[in-house]
Ligand binder design. Structure first.
Ligand code: FFO
Ligand code: ATP
Length: 197
């Protein structure tokens, strides 16, 4: 089986597992996740923090957003027409529009929004992860294209994946373009990259 076929099958299985988690597990996990993200050794003290609008059973970031210290500004991703993500501040009550995947995003022009390099911290959604910070995403390459510069450049932005522990696998087969995360947080643990731990 090629590594691409591998990725497809793994993605399908993990998405099913993620959607199957019961509501009680999801609610408790989102709270525990917020504790872990807020305790990251590289949590910035000010600046822009990117989260995401959870969909398809992804672990929620609402508790994290509500508990974010005031000097940090919570942002959501916007799909920009060059194939990269942009980020704009969003708080409850602010207008949203639905993007091409049906995901809500702030109702602002993506061209004027912040680039990945302007962010202090990016919390990434994921379909699967391993303990070494390797991420399997939805397969659109959005985060990898937006963060390609992090292959040759140190943080910031700091990169933290967020997922249920049920999404952890022994090893995600890595591709050349995959950007390694500085940490992955689940409801159960924070998996820090070796150079940070
Ligand atoms: N919550 C969240 N927001 C996010 C991402 C994500 O993974 N989660 N993304 C991470 O990159 C970006 C969007 N990337 C995506 C890539 C592919 C599909 C996708 O394949 N969706 C459908 C099928 C396509 C369609 O409906 O047009 C699917 O569920 O199979 C969705 C989002 C930016 N925003
Ligand atoms: N830096 C890059 N430059 C150009 N193309 C890229 C880059 N990174 C990823 N891609 C393209 O994106 C496609 C999807 O990549 P991959 O399967 O790793 O996505 P993903 O990380 O799962 O998705 P997402 O980030 O949207 O959740 C790849 O086939 C690749 O062609």
């Amino acid at each position: 089986m090629s590594s691409q076929t591998d990725r497809h099958a793994l993605r399908r299985g993990l998405r099913e597992r993620r959607r199957a988690l019961p509501a009680s597990t999801r609610i408790a996990a989102a709270e525990a996740l917020a504790d872990r993200l807020l305790a990251l050794p590289f949590l910035p003290t000010s600046g822009l923090v990117a989260g995401y609008w959870a969909m398809d059973g992804e672990i929620g970031l609402h508790a994290f957003q509500l508990r974010l210290p005031a000097p940090l500004t919570y942002c959501l991703p916007l799909l920009h027409d060059d194939g990269t993500l942009r980020f704009a501040p969003w708080k409850p009550g602010d207008a949203l529009v639905t993007n091409r995947y049906g995901i809500p995003e702030p109702d602002v022009a993506s061209a004027g929004a912040s680039k990945a390099g302007d962010m202090a911290l990016i919390v990434l959604p994921l379909v699967g992860f391993d303990a070494h910070g390797h991420r399997l995403g939805m397969g659109g390459g959005w985060y990898d294209r937006s963060l390609a510069f992090r292959q040759a450049q140190a943080a910031p932005p700091w990169l933290a994946g967020a997922g249920f522990d049920a999404q952890r696998v022994d090893a995600v087969a890595v591709e050349d373009w995959d950007v390694r995360l500085d940490a992955v947080c689940s409801e159960r643990a924070s998996y820090l990259a070796e150079d940070i731990a």
